[in-house]
Design a protein around this ligand. Structure first.
Ligand code: ZN
Length: 420
């Protein structure tokens, strides 16, 4: 029985590309992985608006490479101009190398979970862990999730779903539509989400750039942007003309522009999570061209939010990553307009620490962030002193708690049950 379980785990790791490569000192034994950070980040003030950018798989070298290509030198991206910085560890509860589900859960809930798990205390008592999206909803803030992957993919799902596996796409979509109810859900469609089930749940559905940009504030209901039925295209492929997708589909920066337009007049402020989801995909494939272009579009999206926030005094902007992908190392800067010469040491994720950048209310506390669970504390610092909302301009999520055996069988993706 035990042996069978390990076979399943190994096959799963291999299939998802989570192959740990590195020196023995880097390859910590999972049993010796340290507990979550003991940092306590507090504040007497709370931002009205919280914007969290996550570059999936975006390590320090990915950022430097993009700066070299775009401006001729590292350290030149907009995200790098945010005034407060740190680096943080990303390990999962069961593995020194995290996947996106465990790392996003750590940021969304402040708890370490096993790879593949979405905001459920596993290992642990298997309760649903309240996410930033749910917590901010209890303070009547609006909340949006924006990504370049399908909207039900692991990173946004950790903020808006509670599932034992990131592959339970139908369950994740059901959690969005019936339980956590993000006010804005922009990304690729498919994978459990479709125009019919979103509309039935009361969402306005938009399918392309034009219909997205035709949305007019104030946002009174909820909106689901389903841009295609899989990932958004690679920016590089559009640049070189091999994928025309962005002729009609919105770039990440355009999704952020619309999201801010719809959210900025929310009576009690908002929480917005934005993921650059395909940096990771390009880095898995060791494609420096696609990696650089994905980081650059992510940086343009950050610039949209930073420009918007700079005219205000009530917003916290955080930019970070969930893990490093590819073991990227830059060998030579080849100047602006040329891709740097690089090496890759992996086609999977690594245990490398990732950077954190912050600007705005409580941003100085970002220097205390040393682990991904600290992001939850940074985002919610001062929040407990602010009132829960009455009356409610938006629906307050019922934090209902759901043991895993309570999930209706018909909702399980592919009829599979999770073995462990
Ligand atoms: Zn990955």
């Amino acid at each position: 029985m035990k042996r069978k379980v390990w076979v399943v785990i190994i096959i799963t790791l291999a299939a998802t590309g989570l192959v740990l490569k590195g020196t023995p000192s880097q390859a910590l034994d999972a049993r010796t992985v340290a507990p979550a950070s003991s940092a306590v980040i507090t504040s007497t003030v709370a931002p009205r608006n919280i914007i969290l950018f996550i570059g999936d798989g975006m390590g320090t070298e990915h950022i430097r490479a993009a700066g070299m290509y775009q401006h001729g030198s590292a350290g030149t991206l907009t995200l790098e101009s945010l005034p407060y910085t740190s680096t943080m560890t990303t390990y999962a509860a069961d593995n020194p190398v995290t996947d996106s589900a465990a790392s996003a859960t750590a940021m969304a809930t402040g708890h370490k979970v096993a790879n593949g798990v979405l905001s459920i205390a596993y290992p642990g008592d298997e309760r649903e862990l309240e996410t930033l999206l749910e917590r901010f909803h209890t303070h009547c803030k609006r909340a949006g999730l924006v990504t370049t992957t399908p909207a039900t993919n692991a990173t946004p799902a950790a903020f808006g779903a509670h599932e034992f596996s990131r592959s339970y796409y139908n369950n994740i979509a059901n959690d969005y539509l019936t339980q956590t109810r993000p006010d804005i859900l922009f990304g690729g469609g498919g994978y459990g989400l479709n125009p019919t089930n979103a509309a039935s749940a009361g969402y306005t559905v938009v399918l392309d750039r034009a219909s997205m940009q035709a949305l007019t504030p104030p946002l009174t209901g909820r909106v689901s942007g389903q841009f295609g039925v899989t990932n958004l295209p690679y920016e590089y492929d559009y640049f070189v003309g091999t994928d025309p997708g962005y002729t009609t589909l919105p770039h990440l920066s355009e999704m952020v522009t619309t999201a801010l337009t719809l959210l900025e007049n929310a009576p009690n402020g908002f929480f917005l999570m934005v993921e650059g989801g395909r940096i990771d995909h390009a880095a898995h494939a060791n494609h420096i061209t696609r990696t650089v272009f994905e980081v650059l579009e992510f940086d343009r999206a950050v610039a949209v939010a930073y420009t918007w926030a700079l005219s205000r005094t009530d917003t916290l902007l955080i930019v970070t990553a969930d893990h490093e992908t590819g073991g990227l190392r830059i060998i030579a800067n080849n100047g602006a307009g040329n891709f740097p010469t690089v090496t890759w040491t992996s086609t999977g994720h690594t245990a490398a620490a990732v950077p954190v950048y912050a600007w705005g209310v409580n941003a100085e506390l970002a220097t205390q962030v040393h682990d991904n669970t600290d992001i939850y504390q940074l985002a919610t610092a001062g929040l407990s002193a602010t009132p829960l909302c009455t009356p409610t301009p938006v629906r307050i999520v019922t934090f209902r708690g759901r043991p895993h055996f309570d999930v209706p069988t018909f909702q399980r993706s592919n009829g599979r049950t999770l073995k462990r």
